[in-house]
Design a protein around this ligand. Structure first.
Ligand SMILES: [Zn+2]
Length: 235
């Protein structure tokens, strides 16, 4: 993949429909970029790709390094080369949006990928526990997610911002995943605070490559955009 192009496997809409039995291998995903996020087969935990390593962020905040053959039913990644770096203070998650707009006010209808490094005073992260039966929709899983709170931790957030009003495709979404510096805890970020400031890097992406699953489960998916459901599980 070229620098700052986005590669995505499957669609968020398919994941919402519970299409997550198989996918691409973790090794293939790692070959597409240096940072990214997604989930694992049966939505067992959150995925974070950081500097070429695929991590599985599991319930209760546990972290496991993925095997090359692990199946990834949904992921988005990029070969991230920062275009700008700034020191930003975050009093909550909306400050991330403000910082991204502040980086580049001509990217309103483009994708932005980013990375935040440093000391976070507060983080609330969730991890999906995995399907209890085949085809269980993500909206239902979201109600039983594991939620952990971290105070005063060092770590890294990897994020993707999709243009507002980009609906109906299920591409990227408003996704940000955190991993602690010791690589022993992490999850999908619901709340974030870093009043003292953190280093934020970003790059604009105008190329998005989407690879679609070819299996019967994907064929049978309704792929209806469920904004309320997405909002509920993505926080
Ligand atoms: Zn997530």
């Amino acid at each position: 993949m070229e620098d700052n192009h986005i590669y995505q496997y499957s669609l968020l809409n398919a994941l919402m429909d519970g299409v997550c039995e198989t996918g691409i291998s973790a090794a293939k995903l790692a070959s597409k970029g240096n940072q990214g996020l997604g989930t694992f087969a049966r939505m067992n935990g959150e995925l974070l790709l950081l500097d070429g390593t695929v991590y599985q962020l599991q319930a209760e905040g546990n972290v496991r390094q993925a095997d090359d053959s692990d199946q990834i039913p949904f992921a988005v990644c990029t070969n991230f080369v920062p275009q700008q770096t700034k020191h930003v203070q975050l009093k909550d998650k909306t400050d991330i949006d403000s910082a991204l707009s502040g980086f580049n006010d001509h990217a309103k209808n483009l994708f932005i990928t980013y990375r935040i490094n440093g000391h976070f005073s507060h983080l609330k992260c969730r991890t999906v526990r995995g399907q209890e039966y085949k085809g269980q929709p993500l909206a239902e899983l979201g109600k039983k997610q594991s939620v952990e709170t971290y105070e005063n931790v060092e770590g890294t957030i990897v994020g993707f911002r999709t243009p507002k009003n980009w609906q109906g495709f299920g591409v990227a979404g408003e996704h940000l995943h955190f991993i602690r510096a010791d690589r022993k805890a992490g999850g999908h970020v619901l709340e974030v605070q870093a009043e003292a400031g953190v280093e934020m890097q970003m790059a604009v992406a105008s190329n998005v490559h989407v690879e679609l699953p070819t299996g019967e489960d994907f064929n049978a998916a309704r792929l209806v955009t469920d904004d309320a459901g997405v909002q509920e599980v993505e926080g």
